[in-house]
Structure formats: C-alpha cells, structure tokens
Design a protein around this ligand. Structure first.
Ligand SMILES: [Zn+2]
Length: 104
C-alpha cells in the first residue's frame, strides 16, 4: 500500500544522510579552499563550486525537512518517489519535472 507521505523513519534517515553529506562536502570545500582560485587552479575552483552548489541543495533539503515539506515536488507538488529520495536525498522535484527542467 503506497503511503501518501514520507514516513517519520524515512525522514529521520534522510535527515541523517543529508547531515552526513553536508559535513563531508564542507570538509572537502575547506580542504580545497587554498587552491580553489581561478588564478591558482581553475579545475579545483570548479570542483569547489560544484561542492558549494551541493551544500546549498542539501541545506535547502534540511530546511524542507524542518518545514515539513520534504519529499514533495517543488514544481508540481506531488510526492517524490521514495526510491528517488534514497538515491538523491536532496531532490526537490519528481523525476518527471526534473526531466522537463533538463529538456528546457
Ligand atoms: Zn513534479
């Protein structure tokens, strides 16, 4: 029987996973910081930028957990399949909206 919302256990799991990823990303950013300058190392700079973007997405997902809107697609408002959240805990759109966004 499909559940209409992400249950509390899954939510706690997602939060733990997001917090773990956040810590990991922040550690990497700190490590890269001395080299992450376009004039020093453009590649590292880009890597650091993508980590910072991930930190933003993870932080946003943690905020959604706090607000009780986690697991809902930000575009169509439908439930994001739990399998997708398992792979991508910071996903804020369902697969359908994501593919629309990528095609656009
Ligand atoms: Zn959607």
């Amino acid at each position: 029987m499909p559940s209409p919302t992400v249950d509390t256990v899954a939510l706690a799991d997602a939060q733990r996973e997001l917090e773990r990823q956040l810590e990991e990303r922040l550690a990497v950013i700190q490590e890269l910081a001395p080299f992450a300058l376009p004039s020093v190392d453009p590649v590292t700079c880009q890597t650091a930028a993508s980590h910072r973007l991930a930190v933003e997405q993870i932080t946003a997902a943690l905020n959604r957990i706090a607000q009780g809107t986690y697991g809902r697609c930000s575009r169509c408002g439908r439930q994001i399949p739990p399998a997708r959240l398992e792979v991508l805990p910071h996903a804020d759109t369902c697969i359908e909206c994501q593919s629309h966004a990528e095609a656009a």
